[in-house]
Design a binder for this molecule. Structure first.
Ligand SMILES: [Zn+2]
Length: 67
């Protein structure tokens, strides 16, 4: 993933500052390492970038197709 992401966003839960982090993200039985997400410094809510989730959908489709 080479796309440039913003360093922080506004938390949609509390309006606080959510900062960019990277970590493991498991979805549909597939573990994605070093996946970018935003974690709110106030409420701890995690936010995922919508475009990245769309990208993941495409990748998971490909995984299923080749399995
Ligand atoms: Zn928050």
């Amino acid at each position: 993933m080479k796309r440039k992401l913003r360093e922080h966003i506004t938390c949609s839960m509390c309006g606080g500052d959510a900062v960019l982090k990277h970590g493991d993200y498991q979805r549909n039985g597939i573990l994605h390492h070093d996946f970018p997400y935003y974690e709110c410094t106030q409420c701890g809510e995690k936010h995922y970038d919508l475009d990245l989730l769309i990208e993941l959908n495409e990748r998971e489709k490909n995984v299923e197709a080749t399995a």
